[in-house]
Every structure is written in C-alpha cells, then in structure tokens.
Design a protein around this ligand. Structure first.
Ligand SMILES: Nc1ncnc2c1ncn2[C@@H]1O[C@H](COP(=O)(O)OP(=O)(O)OP(=O)(O)O)[C@@H](O)[C@H]1O
Length: 736
C-alpha cells in the first residue's frame, strides 16, 4: 500500500531516517569491528597457545597432540597428518604420530605410504604455496591420500610447510564432510601452518642432531666390537647385529671381491636367514664365481647401489644360483650395495627388499667401510696363518727328510753301482729299464743279500721320481704295533707314547718311491691297511681326522716265497696280486758265479781304500775258494768276507779267505745227531740264534757277526732277538 507523503513532513522524515541510518551504520560498523577484533583476538590466543605447545613438542606425536588440543575443535577436522620430505627431497615420508578422532592412532595405516615427489599429483601439490581443498572423490588426487580415504576421509585441505622458502613437507587436514573454507578460516589455517612450519623445522633439526649423535656412538661401539674380533665367526655375529639393528637391514650376504675384481665369493652371510641352511646356497655361495652375474658387475660399473626384482633376476642369462635362491625364498627384490675401502669397492652386500633411505646412507657407509677394513685384516691374517701352516708343514717335511737322509747316509754305503755282467743279471738290468719309467708297482724277489735294495734304488734313480725321496721301510725290523705308525704316521696323543705328531713314511715318500723291504714279514692286520692305501691312494694318520691323498710308487721286496705264505695263511692273496704286477727275480750269487771275481775286486777296492791299504789283487787260490763256495748269504756275505780279508791281509795281494763253512755243519751236525724231540718252532729258533751268537762271541752285526752267519740283515736278527726275549745277559749266561 502506498501513502502520499506531505512534502514538508516527508522531507523531515527523510532527514530523520537518513540520520538514523548513519547512526545505525556506525553502530553496525562498530559491532563488526568488535566482532573482527574478537575473532582476531581469539585467533591470536589460539596461535599463541599453539605456539607454546609446539615449542615444547619433542616429536611429531607431540606436535599432533598440540594441534589436536588447540585447533582441532576450531577447525573442525577429523584428523591431521604430516608428510615430510627426505633430505634429497625425493620422497615424502608419513611421520608417525597422526591421531584420528577420539585419539585413535592411525599411524600404523600410514607406515610405508611413501610418496615419490617426482610423480605428477604430488609434484603439483608441492608446487602450491596456498592451502587448497581437495575432494577425494576426484580420482586424480585420491591416490595421493589413499590412506586417508581408507579411514573415511572425503576432503583434505593441504598446505605446504616451509621456512624461509625451504619446503619441509605437507600438513594435511582431513574432513569427513566438505568444510566451509572462508577467508577467515583460511587465514587461521595459514597462521597455524606458519607456527607448525617452525615446529617441524626444529623437530627435523633436532632429529638430525640426535641421528648424528647416535651414528657417532654406534660407530664407536662398532669399531670397539670389531677391534676385538679374532675370527670370521665373531665378525659375522657383529656384522649381523649391527647392520640389522642400526640400519634395519635383513637377510644379508656379503660377497668379497678378488683383488683384480674379476671374481667373488660369499664371505659372510646371515646365519639366521631362511636360506642359510640351504645346501644349494652354501655350495653356490662358497665357491668362487665371476663378477659377471648381472648384478655385481652393475654395482662395479656404477659404483652405486643396484636394486633388482627377483623376477628380473631369473630372466638374466647366466644368473648364478645364489641369486635365484633369493627368489625361491620369496624375496620380491634385492638391493646390492657397494662396500668401499677408501675409494675402492672391495665387496658387495646383498640385502632383502631394502629401500635405501638417504638418512641411512652415511651410517651404513661408515659401518661398511669399517667392516671392509676388518675383513681385509682378517683375510690377510688368515692368509698369513695359512702360509705359516704351509711353511710349518714344509719345515716339518724337510726336517723328516733331513732325519731320514742323515740316517740313510749313516747306514748306507755306495749303492751307485750294481756290479755284475752275468747273463742273469743282464736280464735284471733289462727289466729295470723297462719298468723304471712307469709308475708300476714292482716286487723284487730273491734270497737274502742278493741286492734287492740295490735294485729298488736303481728303479727309483732311473724313474721320473728320482728328484723326490726313496723311502725305505723294513717291515721285519719293527714291532707290529709300530709299523702302522711308521707307515701312516700319527697325531699327537693318538696313543700312549705318541707325544709328538709324526709324518708317516707314506707321506714322506709323496711324489717319490716307497720301498717296502721284507714285505712278507708284514703282520696280516696291516696288510689290509696297506692294500687300502695302495688301492685308494689315500692314507689316514693314526688318530687323524681326515684322509690324506698320496702319490707314491711302491717297490716291495721279499726273500720269502709269497705263494707259500699265502697257502699257509700268513700273507693276503689280494695284496699279493696287487703288488705282483711286475716281479723281478734276483738270481742267487751261486747261480751267477761269473760275477764273483768282479764283485770281490769291487769290494777289495772299497775296503782297502777305507782301511788305507794298497791291496790290488786276489790270489788265484783265494779266488778259487771264493768261486767254489755256495754263498748262502749271497753278495752281502761276499762283501763281509772281503772286508775281513782286507783287514787280515798284510801285503798287496789277498792270499787267504776265511770262509765260514767249517762252523755251519758243526751246528747242523750237532742238531741232526741228536734224537729228534718235537718242540715249538720259536724255542728251536731261539736256541739256534743263541748258539750262533755264542759262536760269534755275542757279535750280532758286521763281519763275522751272527747276522752274517745266519744270512739275515742285522736289523732282522735284532728284532727277532727282541721277539724271542734274547737279551745280552742271556747271551752272556749262555756263553758261560
Ligand atoms: N750287484 C751288486 N753289486 C754291488 N753290491 C751289491 C750287489 N748286490 C748286492 N750288493 C751289496 O750286498 C749288500 C746286500 O744287498 P741288499 O741289502 O740290497 O740285499 P737284499 O737282497 O736287499 O737283502 P735282504 O733280503 O737281506 O734285505 C749290500 O751292501 C749291497 O751293496
């Protein structure tokens, strides 16, 4: 309804209205100003209180608590989160400490949600300095906040945290419904963000300082631990505990490179890992391999960590087994990290599914370079110990050789010549030249004193083994219980009396020839062991823990009829067949009488020289006697006979020989003239030896000694005397 206004009344009214309007405007303006001031004051007090709480927050958890306490109700959010950039700004790490409504800790959902800053939406978000609201139903950004949407968040207001132009990360405010974001709200958010930025900056700095201190103390602890390491085992334990605990590295294996970087082998591995006990891994890892496995070669060429998925691995053309094992045990990826000693890469560390954070690198690098120094020290020590062991073994062998050669020198005379031109000896020479060059086992058969040892030496000296030792073992001269140790050696403490470790004759003869003299006397239990050693070319020291490979040529000799010995059960037929591959029969001296003058003159020259006499000839009657004697003791007997003649001869010609023929029939006669009384063979043997000793006035060895008369070596007689309990006293008693 419209009322016409009296112009006078109307203009008065208009003036009144306009002055009221002015007044009203002033009042309203004042009210607004008051309200803004109140809002400003409340924002100021919020920011003030927040600032106080932020400055005392010791970590991101405290920071979030401070936020929730001071601004959560004002901003009306559901939860808020921080994502902080790593040092090289390539990754956004969610920081532990986000709390949801009612204090629900959601941090677990966010662990591991790393964001690569190079990817499109994250890159864009980081480039905006002003707070921006994102609707999570928009798929182009939802992926960046996937963990939030999982918690029922539908909007996020994201703002960059920065101090002096240095971007620190993002503050993400999460809402379950669209918030009303007006300019006042935005101003408050910005104010809070600036306070938070300072808090975050301080926290990051604080963390850095703490990390450095931790690094320093860890390194100190590590070097202390490593300094006390004595062996690989101890180093392995330290290696695992430090790298696992400090750098969170798991399932480790360290591959050491050769000096020329062409090959590598696994030096240490995680004994707790699932694959550690896998025989395939062990076999693969412990053997030396080329570095060209598609991974280590990459590390070497780039001098940087290499990350490979196990899928990729199995596609590599020559992928070694130790890498494929990782796939078999379910690893999705492997990191291969170079380990430096100074500037040189000395090893590569394989780690399971590992993301190498920038922050971990300095500590890891320092730990690894200390480890590398420790390993190279250990390897150098191992090498020195190994070399010392080798030197000691070598010294031991040289020592044994020296003892042996000295002993040999004492007991042997001149074996360089085999004297004789008879057709029978010629046949022997032919056989020696046939067999010497081969590695065949030779069995020399012949009566005592026919020169079997001489032939054995000739075989050795004409064989390719001549520069190594010919080692002799007299199987008859040693008691049965000692022959085994003599042949195979023993470890210290392996039996009573084994006070020192001893290298056996088999080992001593390695590369050379072992002469088993009087093999027919070897005790049956040892014959089995000898057969095994000959067949398998391996021996075992008494009390030893492993077998020792040997390369020995065997020459055996006996004056026994081995076939008879087999029939009587004293010699193993299998051993006989093993050693009888190339038999050489030495003729008895009586069967090659043509050689007697040559041999006799040879011995005259030798003994005359030794006695300082000038004897040049053997008279014809003496020679006749020598030629007609039957020589049961063969060349040895002739040798001793001539020695005696030389000693007895005054002029330059040997006119008389002193052959033992008169005495032997005496004994035989005496024995045969008596009425036969059956008795033990040992008793008969004992009696016979005693009588011979009596005849020789107790002289065992040398010219005119009992051994010569009995036609056996002095060592054999001594051992038989021991066995039959014939002591010096008994001999003397017998003489009385
Ligand atoms: N043809 C020879 N020329 C020179 N000396 C010889 C010859 N044959 C044997 N002798 C000498 O005779 C001695 C006995 O020789 P050897 O010890 O080789 O005999 P053997 O057959 O091994 O005796 P045994 O069976 O008793 O052990 C040695 O001193 C050796 O030098």
């Amino acid at each position: 309804m419209y009322y016409p206004v009296d112009t006078q009344v109307g203009s008065r009214l208009l003036r009144l209205v306009s002055s009221v309007t002015v007044q009203l405007s002033i009042v309203i303006e004042n009210i607004f100003a008051d309200e803004r001031e109140a809002l400003f004051a409340s924002q100021k007090s919020i920011l003030f209180s927040l600032g106080q709480h932020v400055s005392t927050a010791g970590d991101f958890s405290g920071l979030t608590e401070a936020l929730d306490k001071n601004v959560k109700s004002v901003l009306g959010y559901y939860q808020s989160e921080f994502k902080i950039l790593d040092e090289d700004k390539s990754i956004l790490f969610p920081r532990v400490g986000q709390t949801g409504s009612e204090g629900v800790n959601t941090s677990d959902c966010l662990i591991g949600c790393l964001k690569q800053t190079k990817t499109k939406p994250i890159k864009d978000i980081l480039s905006i300095s002003e707070p921006r609201l994102y609707d999570l139903s928009d798929t182009s950004v939802a992926e960046c906040f996937s963990e939030s949407s999982y918690l029922g968040v539908s909007f996020v207001l994201v703002t960059r945290l920065e101090v002096d132009g240095k971007i620190l990360g993002l503050w993400i405010i999460c809402y379950t419904a669209r918030p009303e974001v007006n300019p006042d709200y935005l101003n408050l958010v910005k104010g809070i963000r600036d306070t938070l930025s300072l808090g975050v900056f301080n926290l990051i700095l604080n963390e850095k300082i703490k990390r450095r201190e931790h690094e320093k103390s860890s390194l100190l602890e590590f070097s202390r631990a490593v300094a006390g390491v004595r062996d690989k085992l101890e180093l392995g334990v330290i290696f695992h505990s430090f790298l696992k605990n400090l750098c969170n590295l798991d399932e480790l294996s360290l591959h050491w490179l050769s000096e020329d970087k062409s090959s590598q082998y696994c030096y240490l591995w995680d004994t707790d890992s699932r694959y550690a006990g896998d025989p395939y891994f062990m076999q693969e890892a412990e053997s030396t391999r080329s570095v060209n496995d598609g991974v280590i070669d990459q590390v070497l060429s780039t001098s940087a960590p290499v990350f490979v998925s196990t899928e990729e691995l199995s596609g590599l053309p020559d992928c070694p087994g130790y890498l494929t094992v990782f796939k078999r045990y379910g690893f999705r990826s492997i990191a291969a990290l170079p380990i430096f000693k100074g500037k040189e890469i000395v090893a590569v560390l394989f780690v399971k599914e590992y993301h190498l954070g920038e922050a971990d690198q300095p500590l890891l690098r320092s730990l690894c370079s200390q480890l590398a120094i420790a390993i190279s020290d250990l390897i150098a020590t191992e090498r020195v110990i190994h070399q010392l062991g080798e030197i000691n073994r070598y010294k031991e062998r040289l020592e044994e050789e020296k003892i042996y050669l000295t002993r040999e020198l004492e007991i042997t005379h001149n074996y360089s010549e085999i004297i004789g031109k008879s057709p029978l000896l010629d046949d022997v020479f032919k056989m020696i030249s046939q067999v010497a060059i081969s590695d065949s086992t030779v069995l020399i058969l012949g009566e005592t004193g026919t020169g079997k040892e001489l032939i054995a030496r000739a075989i050795h000296n004409n064989s390719p083994r001549r520069n190594s030792l010919l080692v002799k073992v007299n199987c008859a001269a040693l008691p049965a219980n000692l022959i085994e140790s003599e042949l195979f050696g023993h470890e210290k403490g392996s039996f009573t009396g084994a006070t020192e470790r001893r290298v056996g004759k088999f080992e001593l003869a390695n590369g050379g020839t072992l002469f088993l003299d009087e093999i027919g006397e070897m005790p049956p239990e040892l014959q089995v062991k000898l057969l095994r050693a000959l067949q398998e070319k391996e021996i075992e020291r008494i009390g030893g823990r492993g077998v020792i490979r040997t390369d020995v040529r065997i020459v055996a000799a006996t004056n026994r009829d081995l076939e008879k010995e087999i029939n009587s059960g004293r010699f193993r037929s299998d051993l006989y067949f093993r050693i009888n591959t190339f038999p050489i029969h030495l003729p008895a001296l009586r069967d090659r009488a043509d050689d007697i003058p040559l041999l006799a003159l040879h011995f005259v020259r030798r003994f005359a020289k030794r006695a300082g006499k000038e004897i040049v000839h053997i008279g014809s009657s003496a020679m006749k006697q020598l030629m007609s004697y039957s020589w049961p003791g063969n060349v040895r007997e002739l040798e001793h006979q001539i020695e005696r003649c030389v000693l007895m001869t005054k002029g330059s010609v040997i006119k008389d020989v002193y052959l033992p023929s008169p005495f032997l029939p005496v004994i035989v006669k005496e024995a045969s003239s008596q009425k036969f009384v059956p008795g033990k063979f040992d008793d008969f043997e004992k009696d016979y030896i005693l009588k011979t000793l009596k005849y020789c006035n107790g002289k065992v060895s040398g010219a005119g000694g009992a051994a010569e008369l009995l036609g056996i070596p002095a060592s054999t007689l001594t051992s038989r005397m021991k066995r039959l309990n014939i002591s010096k006293k008994i001999v003397e008693k017998h003489n009385d």
